[in-house]
Design a protein around this ligand. Structure first.
Ligand code: 5GP
Ligand code: ZN
Length: 114
């Protein structure tokens, strides 16, 4: 999906503040941060959403979470805490159709679930 904005960021065809990258995932700062730390962690390969994950993606799906924890430590918010969120589909509030994990922290979360 060459038109996908997150695919373009992964390929460095679109600008982003990339904070981490490896062979499986890329992490960059959200353009509209909801908190002092707001990082998006995305698979380098285009996957629409959690709906499209298969058993073959289990290692990748786990890696997204592991990287979230590592970046939380690097950002200095591991002890104070943070949220890891993956919105899926219209009711989930997903606005970019490339699977991504939000890592949000640096202040107390104001909004309850839902
Ligand atoms: P969603 O609503 O799909 O869960 O989250 C999409 C997130 O991507 C939003 O928080 C939005 O601010 C962020 N976003 C959308 N377009 C861009 C972009 O071009 N660059 C960056 N860095 N973030 C983006
Ligand atoms: Zn994509």
């Amino acid at each position: 999906m060459s038109n996908c904005i997150f695919c373009k960021i992964v390929r460095e065809e679109a600008p982003a503040a990339i904070v981490y990258r490896d062979e499986q995932v890329t992490a960059f700062r959200d353009i509209h941060p909801a908190a002092p730390t707001h990082i998006l962690i995305v698979p380098n390969r285009h996957i629409d959403s959690v709906n499209a994950l298969t058993a073959e993606d289990e290692s990748l799906a786990g890696h997204l979470l592991t990287v979230a924890g590592q970046l939380a430590a690097r950002e200095g918010i591991a002890e104070t805490g943070y949220r890891v969120i993956t919105n899926t589909g219209p009711h989930g509030g997903q606005t970019v159709s490339h699977l991504h994990v939000h890592l949000i922290g640096g202040q107390p979360m104001r909004h309850p679930m839902g």
